[in-house]
Design a protein around this ligand. Structure first.
Ligand code: SF4
Length: 237
């Protein structure tokens, strides 16, 4: 079962989800403290984690039966761990002219096969929650294979090459990655990415561990800090 059904997404509209890494269990190279899938064994190997033909058949059926706005790679883990993601993007484009969106934690963009695959999608939503190594480790709990500097460089390189919509996502966790110093560093880095839009998120669904959240006044102060220092659209979700 690779099709997740339709989610009414505030930023994407009616989004039909396709999961090509998990289905039954979370498969990810990070254990973000806010992950709604909970904690799992870290996996960083790229592999074939879905049956292409079965997934395409399920998708075709879902597309025939539903009106949607976008097909989104999402689900129980990091979709770019599936080495065939480029084949899936091409396959979806043969079935529909609706945009294809990839939500990614940005950790595999330094691999040519993933970089080139994502260039073919219409929307990419990469995330980065901190550019400070210690805070990154605290908030995202990455596999030891993941190097933050490599991630940062590959995200800049991708944004320069990509012609689709790039919605960069930052998730802020109260008291963890929102110090003034961290936010200033993050803003300077985000300027180098120059995305179509920056999306600021806070903990929304049930996180992997209990976390504090912001009141309206607190998050507005942070939101304005991003808005006042960036020339592109910043949205708060
Ligand atoms: S990258 Fe996504 S799937 Fe992986 S741990 Fe973080 S929130 Fe969960």
């Amino acid at each position: 079962m690779y099709i997740l059904g339709i989610i009414n997404s505030r930023r994407l509209g009616k989004s039909l989800g396709i999961d090509i890494v998990g289905s039954e269990k979370k498969r990810c190279n990070m254990n973000c403290i806010y992950c709604e899938c909970g904690y799992g064994k870290l996996e960083s190997e790229l592999g074939i984690y879905a049956d292409f033909d079965v997934a395409m058949n399920e998708l075709k059926k879902a597309l025939d039966e539903n009106e949607i706005d976008v097909v989104t790679f999402s689900g129980f883990g990091e979709p770019t761990l599936n080495i065939e993601i480029g084949k899936y993007i091409e396959g979806i484009k043969k079935l529909t002219d609706k945009p294809v969106c990839v939500i990614t934690n940005s950790t595999t963009l330094h691999k040519d096969i993933i970089f080139n695959a994502l260039l073919k999608s219409d929307i990419v939503i990469p995330s980065i929650d901190s550019v400070n190594k210690d805070i990154f480790r605290k908030v995202n709990k990455p596999h030891f294979d993941i190097n933050l500097n490599v991630l940062k460089d590959s995200l800049i390189k991708f944004s320069n090459a990509y012609e689709g919509k790039l919605f960069l996502e930052v998730l802020l966790v109260k008291g963890i990655n929102d110090s003034k110093e961290n936010l200033i560093e993050l803003i300077e880095y985000v300027k180098l990415i120059n995305p179509t839009e920056l999306h600021i998120n806070t903990v929304d669904r049930l996180p992997a561990e209990p976390l504090d959240n912001y009141n309206e006044e607190e998050i507005q102060v942070i939101y304005k800090m991003f808005q006042n220092n960036l020339s592109f659209t910043v949205k708060l979700f």
